[in-house]
Write a protein that binds this ligand. Structure first.
Ligand code: C2O
Ligand code: CU
Ligand code: CU
Length: 482
């Protein structure tokens, strides 16, 4: 059954739907500021009912109202970004992907700890045009609460399909949402996407050097809007759940005159909020932050600050944001009935035990053929391009391993691992207590992670989440053996 928001409202009354966690997120639009109408169809939320989420996602091409102007995009259910899926740990999920596009596509559940094979998070499946496929799996009972997302993952087409709009957030509600301060916060999900469109709203092909650098579009949207406004109450809390669903763009975010209190990273809650003045969000990554309404009033810009993500050499020059720009605004509106502060603690946080360095992955580039475009740059892990038929690494279920990435190129590669979250290893050899599924390996630099393989055997992958690099070869297989 395909539950639309409208159908769900009707069903909810009849079925006595339980509200998961605290106050549910305001979705899509900035705060419904007084008198500001939401555009029709913008509130697409598919929520599990009685432990089941059974929905259909139709991938198709059409004109979408994006940032107030028509854009010819690819969408799930006519929405860019796609509908918000809301589930809880232990839920049974069935998502039928119906492909109305003119080419094959598929789904990946980014960050979810579910099997990498069968009809679960299996990126080796493909859905040809005109066909449909049901992804069926259970969210483990002990799955952390957090923000995850869905996007196509068909090797060779991922960057283009995501750049055209195919992405949808998925929230797992749980313990974090039940913390009183967090539950009291006004919650918004901010899906950061960028688009390269012509004046008529039609997508523009990036061209070879943009593929090498990783394509960036000049139109940056936040949940489909340009510079939305989010309301915060004086003495209240605002919860911004940030997801970078852009193909290649990095965001270095800072809110004027307000620190950000990070309460969760990619894979779930921290032990305690971490106060920062700014944060870097590489492609694929998520951060959940609280903003405290500590000012007397006014409006404050959420800025994207300059971040050099490397250089594409003679062909492309310096990459990344050079001039700061505003991506959203936080506006004071009203006063909290009773003041709410940032919580002191959030829960238990395990630190993975130290182990020996088990694998090194050297990231490099080389000239090669780019399908349909001639000679260009290819991207490699340990000297090889992705081959789905090859097993690159074999690991054991239950093991904890340290991996080191060595970047021999002049640009950052945000590496991402499927199926199991990991922790970053600091200079002291200790795991930093935050669950991640992405790590930036800086240009000419290194990064070390610690990862534990639990629950699911099967063939997973890791790759650069500059999705053009993934399509150009920077992905490898990791077979998890029982
Ligand atoms: Cu979001 Cu394999 O990626
Ligand atoms: Cu992923
Ligand atoms: Cu890369």
């Amino acid at each position: 059954m395909y539950v639309t928001r409208r159908a769900f409202v009707g069903l909810g009354a009849a079925a006595g739907v339980t509200v998961l966690g605290g106050r549910s997120a305001t979705w899509f639009t900035g705060a419904p500021l007084a008198g500001r109408a939401q555009s029709a169809g913008n509130e697409a939320r598919l929520t599990s009912v009685d432990g089941r989420l059974d929905v259909e996602l139709v991938a198709s091409e059409q004109w979408i109202a994006l940032a107030g102007a028509p854009a010819r995009l690819w969408s799930f259910n006519g929405q860019v970004p796609g509908p918000l899926l809301e589930v809880a740990a232990g839920d049974d999920v069935r998502i039928r992907l119906s492909n109305d596009l003119s080419e094959s596509t598929n789904l990946h559940f980014h960050g979810l700890h579910v099997p990498p094979d069968g009809t679960a998070d299996n990126i080796f499946l493909a859905v040809p045009p005109g066909e449909a496929l049901a992804y069926v799996f259970r969210i483990p009972e002990n799955h952390p609460a957090g923000l995850f997302w869905l996007h196509p993952h068909l090797h060779g087409s991922v960057a283009r399909q995501v750049s055209l709009g195919l992405a949808a957030p998925l929230v797992i509600r749980g313990a974090l949402d039940a913390i009183p301060e967090v539950a009291a916060a006004r919650e918004h999900i901010l899906v950061l996407q960028d688009f390269a469109l012509d004046r008529l709203g039609r997508p523009v092909d990036p061209g070879m050097s943009a593929l090498m650098a990783g394509r960036e579009g000049s139109l940056v949207t936040v949940s489909g809007q340009a510079r939305p406004r989010y309301a915060v109450e004086q003495d209240g809390l605002l919860r911004l759940r940030l997801l970078n669903a852009s193909v290649s763009r990095f965001y270095r975010l800072s809110l004027e005159d307000h620190p950000l209190h990070i309460i969760a990273t990619d894979g779930g809650s921290l032990a305690a909020p971490q106060r920062v003045e700014e944060l870097l969000l590489a492609p694929g990554e998520r951060r959940d932050v609280l903003v405290q309404g500590v000012r007397a009033g006014g409006s404050y810009r959420l800025m994207n600050l300059p971040y050099p993500r490397g250089s594409a050499g003679m062909m492309g020059g310096a990459l990344g944001t050079r001039t700061p720009f505003e991506i959203a605004t936080v506006v004071y509106e009203g006063r909290a009935g009773s003041p709410v502060g940032v919580p002191h603690t959030l829960g238990e946080m395990e630190r993975l035990p130290s182990g020996p360095l088990r694998r090194t992955f050297v990231l490099s580039e080389a000239m090669g053929m780019v399908p349909g475009r001639g000679m260009g740059m290819r991207f490699l892990i340990n000297g090889r391009e992705f081959d789905h038929a090859r097993i690159d690494d074999r690991v054991r279920l239950g093991d904890v391993e340290d991996w080191e990435y060595v970047n021999t190129t002049d640009m950052d590669h945000p590496m991402h691992v499927h199926t199991n979250a990991f922790q970053r290893v600091g200079a002291d050899g200790q795991a930093q207590p935050a669950w991640l599924d992405g790590v930036v390996v800086p240009a000419r630099g290194r990064a070390r992670i610690r990862i534990r393989f639990t629950d699911f055997a099967g063939t997973a992958v890791q790759h650069c989440h500059i999705l053009d690099h993934e399509d150009l070869g920077m992905m490898s297989t990791v077979k998890i053996e029982p």
